[in-house]
Design a binder for this molecule. Structure first.
Ligand code: URA
Length: 235
């Protein structure tokens, strides 16, 4: 693929803007500056460098973010900064979107992609991809609450009770809850339905994929082949 086209598809601007960047010696291939915008570059396993930053060639951009509190996942954030503001402009230009939503005050694992099929696969209720949350609760937890969560609780506007796929007490005020749906405020509403209240919420995992331990709040990284495997999707 032509170098100028590669830059364009990775969100670096119009073809004309990308051509100018290349001619201004801002782009390197395998550590060598390349000033020919029309050079044909093999894309398999390609990593190109722009202004000293490495970019893996990817047909689709999919990343994992450690979402900090205080950021909204909605397309048009109203009250807080949008979570996409944490990403480089090149990713935003690719029109990446969160896979499912976390509340403004929820922290932890958030997948973001421009791959519509992947987004659908992971967020569709039919596939029942488990999401694991750690919730701090206002009141002490007890066995009766856990039993109710596992048996199913009726939420407003839902036709039938919804059961957690997993629920365990971590300590007096800490609950690990696994859900396979992605309903609005689901953890908070389910915990409220058993007479408790969520004070803080953190997503630890999606499928078998845990939030990478080395990602600090606000940091992101590209998804790896191992991550895709843990998510149970082929890419
Ligand atoms: N459930 C909630 O209540 N909030 C989230 O952010 C995610 C799941």
């Amino acid at each position: 693929m032509q170098l100028e086209r590669i830059l364009q598809m990775h969100g670096f601007g119009t073809r004309k803007a990308c051509r100018a960047m290349i001619r201004r010696e801002r782009v390197a291939l395998a550590g060598e500056i390349c000033v020919d915008p029309f050079v044909e570059v093999p894309t398999d396993g390609l990593i190109f460098t722009v202004d000293g930053v490495d970019w893996p060639f990817c047909e689709f951009a999919t990343i994992v973010l450690n979402k900090p509190a205080g950021y909204e996942c909605s397309r048009k954030p109203k009250h807080h900064t949008g979570v996409l503001e944490l990403l480089p402009v090149q990713l935003r230009e690719r029109d990446v979107q969160p896979i499912g939503r976390l509340d403004e005050d929820t922290t932890g694992l958030l997948l973001i992609t421009d791959d519509g099929q992947l987004n659908h696969q992971l967020s569709s209720g039919k596939r029942k991809v488990p999401k694991v949350y750690l919730a701090q609760t206002k009141h002490p937890l007890d066995a009766a609450q856990i039993e109710q969560l596992l048996a199913g609780v009726l939420l407003a506007d839902e036709p039938a009770p919804i059961a957690a796929a997993g629920a365990e007490i971590v300590d007096d005020h800490q609950l690990r809850l696994t859900l396979t749906e992605g309903k609005y405020h689901q953890v908070k509403r389910m915990v409220a339905a058993v007479g408790n209240r969520v004070e803080a919420l953190h997503r630890e995992a999606v499928g078998e994929m845990q939030l990478p331990a080395d990602l600090k709040p606000g940091e992101w990284r590209w998804l790896t082949a191992a991550d895709y495997e843990k998510l149970g999707v082929l890419r």
